[in-house]
Each structure stands twice: as structure tokens, then as C-alpha cells.
Ligand binder design. Structure first.
Ligand code: SF4
Ligand code: SF4
Length: 661
């Protein structure tokens, strides 16, 4: 580290940070370092890619959503641990050493310069670092609002150590406890005494009165049957926050203990449901982590916040960026993918995105008229796509027309979305001009005021133009009463359900499933709504499409912008019951935040005539049937069914052939 030496009680946030040294000390990888150097040079340090928004209510969803917006700075303090967990994800990185304390301080300081608010000290086992208490104190001194540690709790079984950590400013300790007995905890951690010392550590931290204590549980084959008991045990100790982490196919757990740790989620359904009931208790917070959403039917509020994907991709940045920029598949790619919680955003979506980009086969592209290309390559790649549809967002009609004229997709159909209140007359005039090249085919309308203004004289809407209303609850309730407009426009009127980045947005503005059904009954063509929810055929939402802002200067997909795009626009889910549905192959399900808001119960599998199946099975019945079917499979096939959304839905479809319950 270079720069002015600091006295212990004198802080200088302008200190120069030697990023190369942080790389040598293993605190950053080369790609992260390059991003930081570029940001520092531009005097514009990179923030997390989350836009902010706020809500008024303080219910559990709001609390959880706001927690995910807290900007975190993870600092790995050691490369060693005093336990030997069978599912350790970090074993490959451990060489028995501590990270240099000056480098750690520099990295902690860097987090503040990046605007991070929560410092998380992790390892290996962070608490065994000789400077651990000093690092907590330093975190507070440089201004972190909250200092948290991830720990196995053993060091805190020394009362004076726990008190020293609390006095230094530790705000929260997340203790990894995977069992409620010595037998279970000691076996899973490979450490005699892990349970007794861990519990003692938690009690000592609680006794300081200064530290919030919560627990992490890694759910695996050995403990899933005890999950309700584990929660009850620690609840009785005063713990109110539980993070339930599904085992993932990395590290020692997959390489050495795959058969003793991985399990069929269908077996776990009754235990999960009993455990999840705890989330209904006042003051109890349950988080799930990496658990396939299919298994949260009935407990949709426990679906992991989609933004957690950002930190997951951040953790493997080097791998994912190598793929996006150079086409080198992540080094985890292969048999792990079938077990991987990132399969949806990674193999199922990111891979096809890159392939489409390379081959120029994106069927739909979108651009904001004020978009600034990161480099000439980016525009060339965008123009090269053989798109049949181009969506232009603009402030004014003139801007939209000017932008559309610069694009290379001459034969593509054009959709335009203008800012609320903008004058769309110039667009309409162009559509009506005899002999003029059709400038746009579809106009997106996003506010009730604009909808009323455009549709007050439906006969004035050009016959070649489709009007697409972005539905919110207000527009939906107005449109339901507008039979004259619906009749006049017929198929030229489309009501699209927008996707939202945050659950709170979906709760505040989305139309209800009942409104969607009423609209369909009134004859409105719905878009981005599953046919079972509409009760009628619908237009599919956009799934694979390229937004110009996803491209970096070289014309490759930018990782952060891709993940953000995935969360907001491409994260769809289906119920386990969708496997019984005749529309399953054409239906992508529903966006995750509408699902979190309204639950899987809105999905009703359809028969071959498009009618709701009256003999459709419940979630529990299907899980039981999958469990029986899985038991009849080979060991390898059984493993493939474990915990995955798409194979599960496919497996139900297999079951359903000629054998519908
Ligand atoms: S899905 Fe992606 S992250 Fe997961 S194992 Fe495969 S390549 Fe790796
Ligand atoms: S049951 Fe599932 S697959 Fe069928 S229409 Fe509904 S969401 Fe789509």
C-alpha cells in the first residue's frame, strides 16, 4: 500500500490506494482491479448497479427489500478456518494464511470510497485473524454504518473476546449453525465441539446487548428433516433472523461429498413447509438463499430478492466476463450446471444472449434515442442484428423519428414509446401520409392521461397502427369500462403487463389478476400475461432482446448491465404445476415480481382446449408424485432432478403423459 501513513486516530479518506497490492494480497481479482482503476481515473467510483426507490410501509417485505439495497463491502480477512465443513465453498482458496492487515485496511477504506455502507468481515473464519478486533474498530472509524461478521461463533465462546468485538463496534454476527444438536453440527462442520462453542459464542454476543445475532443454515441431505427443529431451537435462544441457504454445487460439498449432501427437493417439501411457517410469526425473518423458487409455492414472500443475483455474478466476475468478452465458458461449466442455482440467468439466458449477439440473430432490439454509444464497435454490433422489431424510447416524436432513421434495421417493424405527456401527433401524421414509408407500427402508451388523449377518438387512430398500453391498476380499471374503444380498435389494441425491478413497484402499481381476466373477457388482447391468468390466448412478452445499453465499448455484453437486465426483464418463473399445462411449451411463466406479489396460485394448468384443468394436482401432490418417479430413476438421473426449476417442470410433463392426476 502507498500513500500517507495514517495515525491510528487520524483518518484520511483521500489516501491513495495501491490496487496492485490488493490484487497481490488476493483481495481483488485483476478484472475488479481494472474496473476500479478506470473508475478512479474518471473520478467516478463505481456504485452498485441498483437504482434506489422507497416505500412508506414498514412491513417485512419492505424491510427485506431495503436491506438488499444496503451497499455491502465484503472483505475476506483470512485464508484459513478452525472448522472443516463438509460443504465448504472456500476450501480451494484456503492456504492457512492471514491477509496482511495494512492491505485489509486499505481495502476496507476503498469500500467507503466506493460509497458502501455495510462492512462484512468474512473468511475463512474472520474472527481468528490476530487483528480482527482492530479491523472492526477501523471499519467504524472510516464511517461504515454497520459492521457485520460471518462466523462459526467458536471464538466468541471466549467471553472477553465477544465483549471486545462488541465494544469495537460490531453490529451484527451471522453465525453458521447447521444443526440443533452436537451430533448434527459437529458432523457437518467436521469439528468436535462446534455446537457447544458456537452456541456459547452466540450467547456471549447476545449478553453484550450490542450485537444483533442471527444464523445461517446450509440446507443439505443431513439436516433438511430437522429444519423446523433447528429454527425452533434457535428461536428459543432469542434468534429472530434465519438465512436458509440451499447447498450449491461448488467447493468441497460437490467434489467430495456430493452423495451425502445433495438431495431431492421433493423429499423435503413437508419439512420445508413446516419450517417456512415460522416466517408468519411476528418479528421472525426468514430468508431463503439459492432455493429454487418452484419450492416456495405458498410462501412466495420468501423468494430471494432477485437483486441477490448481482452479488452472485459479482463473486464470479472473472469467469462471467471472460465468457461475455471472449467466449470462454466459465470454468464451473459442465456437470455442475444441472445442479446450479444460476442455471436460469447463466446457462439458460446469458449463454443464448451471447450466442445471439455473436451470430447477429437478436429478433428484437431496443434503444433510447439519447443513448450514447460506448464505442463505434457497439453500434456496429447493434446494427448487425437481424431484428424484425426495433423499440425506440424517446422524449418527443421528432427525437423518435430521428433516432429510428439512424438505425440499420430497415425492414424491421418499429415500436415507439414517448415520455408521458409528449405530443404523439407527428407520429400519427406520418402514419396517415399517403405514400410515406410507414415510420412506426406500434405506439406504446404508459400513462392513463396519454391513453385517454390518444383514444378519445378511436377512429382517428391510423388503421396501420397498433396501440400498446402499459398496464397499471389505473389504466386497467379505466379500460375495462371502454367497450367502444375496445371494439373500435379490436386487435390493434394490446394491453401489456410491464415487468418491475422491485416487488414494491409491483405491489404499488400492477393490475390485479382479476383485472387482467376482466380485460380479457372484455375482448382486450393481453401481452406478457400467461394464458391461464388471462383465461384467454395472449401475446407472449419479450424474452430474448437486446437493449443497446447492455453493450460495452467493444460491442460485448457488459456483465453488470446484463444481470440488471435479467432481473428486470428476463426473470420469469413457473409453478411445478405448469408441467401439466398444454401451453407450457409456448408460455414463459410470469415475471418474478408479479409472482412474488400474487403467488403461484394464479397459475392454473390448461387442457388441450385451453380450459383450466379441473383435475389438476396440488403442489404437494405433484411433489409426492415427482418423488416417487425420481426414486425409480437411476442415481445419475435422480441427481439431475434435484432442485431445478426447468427439469422439474419437464419431469412433471413426463409424468403427465397419459397419466394426469
Ligand atoms: S450454470 Fe453457469 S455458474 Fe452455474 S455451474 Fe454452469 S456455468 Fe457455472
Ligand atoms: S399453467 Fe403455467 S405454463 Fe400454463 S399458462 Fe399458466 S403459467 Fe403458463
Amino acid at each position: 500500500m502507498t500513500g500517507k501513513p495514517m495515525q491510528s486516530n487520524e483518518l484520511d479518506l483521500d489516501i491513495t490506494i495501491d490496487i496492485d497490492q490488493l490484487v497481490r494480497d488476493g483481495l481483488l481479482n485483476r478484472d475488479e482491479a481494472q474496473a476500479l482503476v478506470a473508475a478512479q481515473a474518471a473520478d467516478q467510483l463505481r456504485q452498485e448497479a441498483l437504482p434506489t426507490s422507497s416505500g412508506d410501509s414498514v412491513d417485512k417485505d419492505e424491510v427485506k427489500e431495503s436491506a438488499t439495497k444496503h451497499k455491502r463491502h465484503w472483505v475476506r480477512v483470512t485464508r484459513l478456518c478452525n472448522q472443516r465443513c463438509t460443504f465448504c465453498l472456500d476450501s480451494m482458496n484456503q492456504d492457512g494464511t492471514y491477509v496482511d492487515v495494512d492491505s485489509l485496511k486499505a481495502y476496507i477504506l476503498l469500500g467507503r470510497k466506493l460509497g458502501r455502507e455495510r462492512l462484512i468481515l468474512s473468511g475463512g473464519e474472520a474472527s481468528v485473524h490476530p487483528a480482527y478486533i482492530e479491523l472492526i474498530r477501523y471499519g467504524k472509524q472510516v464511517g461504515y454504518e454497520w459492521v457485520q461478521t460471518i462466523t462459526n461463533g467458536m471464538m466468541f465462546s471466549y467471553k472477553r473476546f465477544a465483549q471486545a468485538a462488541a465494544d469495537a463496534g460490531l453490529d451484527e454476527a451471522t453465525v453458521s449453525m447447521h444443526g440443533h444438536t452436537s451430533q448434527l453440527q459437529d458432523k457437518l462442520t467436521g469439528t468436535p465441539g462446534a455446537f457447544v462453542t458456537g452456541v456459547k459464542g452466540m450467547q456471549n454476543l447476545q449478553a453484550t446487548g450490542k450485537v444483533v445475532v442471527n444464523i445461517d443454515v446450509v440446507i443439505n441431505k443431513q439436516n433438511y428433516r430437522f429444519l423446523p427443529d433447528i429454527i425452533e431451537y434457535y428461536y428459543n435462544m432469542g434468534i429472530r433472523e434465519f438465512d436458509l441457504l440451499h447447498i450449491i454445487p461448488f467447493g468441497r460439498g460437490f467434489d467430495e461429498h456430493r452423495h451425502s449432501l445433495f438431495f431431492d427437493l421433493n423429499d423435503a417439501v413437508p419439512y420445508f413447509r413446516k419450517a417456512f411457517e415460522w416466517s408468519k410469526r411476528e418479528g421472525v425473518y426468514l430468508w431463503t438463499n439459492r432455493l429454487p423458487v418452484t419450492y416456495l409455492e405458498g410462501f412466495e414472500r420468501l423468494i430471494q430478492d432477485p437483486h441477490k443475483l448481482m452479488s452472485e455474478f459479482d463473486g464470479g466476475r472473472h469467469n462471467f466476463e471472460s465468457y461475455l468478452k471472449r467466449g470462454i465458458k466459465p470454468d464451473c461449466h459442465g456437470e455442475r450446471c444441472d445442479f446450479c442455482f444460476l442455471d436460469g440467468p447463466c446457462r439458460q439466458t446469458m449463454f443464448p444472449y451471447r450466442e445471439h449477439l455473436e451470430q447477429g440473430t437478436f429478433a428484437e432490439v431496443a434503444i433510447d434515442s439519447q443513448h450514447v454509444w460506448q464505442g463505434p464497435q457497439a453500434k456496429a454490433v447493434f446494427d448487425r442484428q437481424a431484428a424484425s422489431e426495433v423499440v425506440v424510447t424517446a422524449r418527443t416524436a421528432q427525437e423518435a423519428l430521428a433516432c429510428a432513421a439512424t438505425l440499420g434495421h430497415d425492414t424491421a417493424s418499429r415500436t415507439v414509446a414517448l415520455d408521458p405527456g409528449a405530443d404523439f401527433e407527428p407520429l400519427l401524421r406520418q402514419c396517415l401520409e399517403p405514400g410515406a414509408t410507414q415510420p412506426i407500427q406500434r405506439l406504446q402508451i404508459r400513462t392513463l392521461g396519454d391513453a385517454q388523449r390518444l383514444l378519445q377518438r378511436p377512429e382517428a387512430v391510423p388503421a396501420t397502427l397498433v396501440v400498446e398500453l402499459a398496464l397499471d391498476a389505473q389504466i386497467a380499471s379505466w379500460l375495462i369500462t371502454q367497450s367502444q374503444i375496445i371494439q373500435a380498435l379490436g386487435d390493434r389494441l394490446v394491453a401489456a403487463l410491464p415487468n418491475h425491478e422491485y416487488l414494491s413497484e409491483s405491489r404499488d402499481i400492477d393490475p390485479t389478476p382479476a383485472q387482467l381476466r376482466q380485460l380479457a373477457e372484455a375482448g382486450v388482447r393481453l401481452k406478457n400475461v400467461p394464458p391461464c391468468v388471462a383465461g384467454a390466448p395472449t401475446e407472449a412478452g419479450r424474452l430474448l432482446w437486446l437493449d443497446a445499453k447492455m453493450l460495452d465499448g467493444s460491442g460485448a455484453l457488459d456483465l453488470d448491465r446484463y444481470v440488471h437486465h435479467y432481473v428486470k426483464h428476463a426473470y420469469y418463473a413457473k409453478s411445478i404445476r405448469c408441467g401439466l399445462c398444454s401451453a407450457a411449451d409456448q408460455c414463459q411463466g410470469i415475471h418474478i415480481n408479479y409472482l412474488r406479489n400474487h403467488g403461484f396460485a394464479i397459475m392454473h394448468p390448461l387442457d388441450d382446449q385451453g380450459q383450466a384443468l379441473t383435475d389438476g394436482a396440488s403442489f404437494e401432490q405433484l411433489a409426492d408424485r415427482l418423488k416417487a418417479a425420481n426414486a425409480a430413476r437411476s442415481k445419475r438421473e435422480q441427481q439431475k432432478v434435484v432442485g431445478l426449476h426447468k427439469p422439474v417442470v419437464r419431469a412433471v410433463a413426463d409424468l403427465a403423459i397419459g397419466d394426469r392426476p
